[in-house]
Design a protein around this ligand. Sequence first.
Ligand SMILES: [Zn+2]
Length: 79
Amino acid sequence: MGQPTLPRCACCGYRTGCTTCPICYWTDDGRDDPSVSVVTGSRNGELSLADARLNYSIYGASAPRYQELVRPPRDDERP
Ligand SMILES: [Zn+2]
């Protein structure tokens, strides 16, 4: 028996349950796989989810400017 499952971050995939993910700094705005290339211009600015995932794979953050703000994931946050 573990913790209740938290929502998965749409960008990095870790389960933090935070609106703005502390691991990649993506802010949950309801976008996920069906809308990865949609740009809403809202909480994540001009970032599409596809771009944010690419940035995370390169920089470890959803945008290069967030590199100083993010932290490594904990074991209990793995997808
Ligand atoms: Zn994340």
